[in-house]
Design a protein. Structure first.
Length: 77
């Protein structure tokens, strides 16, 4: 595994129930380069993704959320 791990926080405008949120996280977790995905149950609008920057970029991760019809934006690196 690469040592080029980065993390990004994405903000979702939509409110997802627990099942939808977990399904989304599972799909993102399957993207190339993604190491982990998670959220704080008290602030489910904020999703943190740890990824290998040699395999993917924050913009690609954002696009995955948008492909699901979600309005998301990168708010932190």
């Amino acid at each position: 595994m690469s040592s080029n791990l980065n993390e990004v926080v994405l903000h979702l405008q939509e409110t997802l129930d627990d099942d939808a949120l977990h399904l989304l996280e599972d799909e993102v977790r399957g993207d190339a380069g993604v190491v982990s995905v998670g959220h704080n149950p008290d602030n489910a609008h904020m999703i943190m993704v740890v990824y290998d920057s040699e395999a993917t970029r924050a913009a690609s991760l954002l696009h995955t959320f948008q492909e699901h019809g979600l309005h998301a934006q990168v708010v932190g690196l």
